[in-house]
Design a protein around this ligand. Structure first.
Ligand code: PLP
Length: 401
């Protein structure tokens, strides 16, 4: 019997599906380990002790709630809608990723695992996981493409300082997708002792649900904060979409409300294969990394090579939740190019004194464009998913400054 889904917040169904997307396409030996993760997670979700420990870490270790900041200078300069920034960049470790990493490592510990394992693109998930593992006393192994290792050196050093083992991945395009492949292969070998702590709302069920639930704190806070500050809900909510964790984290609490939700994908430097990573915009239905979703792929189902100026967005798949929200028309998905992103990165830095992560700058780019077309009584919330410290060397080399 199928569970009746009344609210979009109640997804997925009991088989891990969001409409026709999601599910679990995995080798037979992983079926039982993933079922065990789901069972333990559902117990933890209803365990007041687990939730208390998690909430305490979010407050006292991460520094939550993150501020909902009214970006006055940018708003005045654009002369249109009011722009608010949900400041996930101010979290300990500098991005939203710590929200789900602490949850995942607490779960791994509860399950008696000795080690956590993951992939990383920009290095933010790797740093956050290494941090949570250091805090909670577990070993940590992070797989990262060699191109990303070169682009995101400060984060590689941070992971090592935090005691994590960083595994360089030299296969395929040497980026995020290849890091996921490599981490999955290790998980198949080590699942008895190791917890695979995936970095976004991707992968087989139950991962998209678990990561979504841990990230939903962002939207819960934002709703309370905007009601306090503006006494009403916003008109638009905007987040960048790689796998989709920061976007759904902010969207989730507003899914049943009359608020426009906009996901911004990386349009890179063109619409040809290998020039972008705008999966929902250009992709087709397929299976990648254990989930049915939208994929940038060739006729044989092989993932395309992808490009984005932001390492955390260059992934040829997307979370099944987003594929579903696109299919039912609840979220609008659009894109920002590398050039628009760099412009927004510089603009927010100079006008507001906030250097955003290149990933987040995609959402900022679209928000700035939108705000200037709207009247002053409209309100936009942008998820500032991370800070740009990790990107400054790369941007400096691009701009030759
Ligand atoms: C700051 C930041 N924002 C966004 C992302 C994209 O991931 P997601 O779409 O899962 O939020 C990343 C990924 O590394 C990131 O570091």
């Amino acid at each position: 019997m199928k569970t009746e889904i009344k609210s979009l917040k109640n997804l997925p169904d009991e088989n891990g599906y969001y409409g026709k997307f999601g599910g679990s396409f995995i080798p037979p030996q992983l079926v039982e380990p993933l079922k065990e993760i789901e069972r333990e997670y559902l117990k933890a979700k209803n365990d007041p002790e687990f939730q208390k420990e998690y909430a305490d870490l979010l407050k006292n270790y991460v520094g939550r709630p993150s501020p909902l900041y009214f970006a006055k200078n940018i708003t005045e300069k654009l002369g249109g809608a009011k722009v608010y920034l949900k400041r996930e960049d101010l979290n300990h470790t500098g991005a939203h990723k710590i929200n789900h990493c602490l949850g995942e490592v607490l779960l791994a510990k509860r399950m008696g695992k000795k080690k956590v394992l993951a992939e990383t693109g920009a290095g933010q998930h790797g740093v956050a996981l290494a941090t949570a593992a250091a805090l909670l006393g577990l070993e940590c192994e992070i797989h990262m493409g060699s191109i990303d290792i070169e682009k995101q050196q400060p984060n590689v050093i941070r992971m090592k300082l935090l005691g994590a083992k960083v595994v360089e991945v030299n296969t395929g395009g040497k980026c995020l997708k290849d890091a996921v492949d490599s981490a999955f292969a290790t998980f198949i070998e080590e699942y008895k002792t190791t917890f695979f702590a995936i970095g976004s709302v991707v992968g087989p069920h139950p991962y998209p649900m678990i990561v979504r639930d841990f990230q939903s704190i962002v939207g819960k806070e934002a709703k309370k904060q905007i009601l306090e500050q503006e006494k009403r809900l916003p008109d638009y909510i905007i987040g960048c979409v790689g796998g989709g964790s920061n976007a759904i984290g902010l969207f989730n609490e507003f899914l049943d409300d009359e608020v426009s939700l906009i996901g911004v994908e990386p349009a890179g430097r063109g619409s040809g294969i290998g020039e972008h990573a705008a999966t929902i915009t250009y992709g087709t239905e397929g299976v990648i990394h254990g989930m049915k979703t939208i994929v940038l792929q060739d006729e044989k189902g092989e993932p395309n090579s992808v490009h984005s100026i932001a390492s955390g967005l260059d992934y040829p798949g997307v979370g099944p939740i987003h594929a579903y929200l696109k299919a039912i028309g609840r979220v609008e998905y659009t894109y920002a190019s590398d050039d628009e992103t760099i412009k927004a990165f510089l603009e927010l830095s100079k006008v507001e004194g906030i250097i955003p992560a290149l990933e987040s700058a995609h959402a900022v780019a679209y928000a700035l464009k939108l705000a200037s077309t709207l009247s002053k009584d409209k309100i936009i919330i942008v998820n500032l998913s991370g800070r740009g410290d990790k990107d400054i060397d790369y941007v400096a080399s691009l701009l030759k400054i």
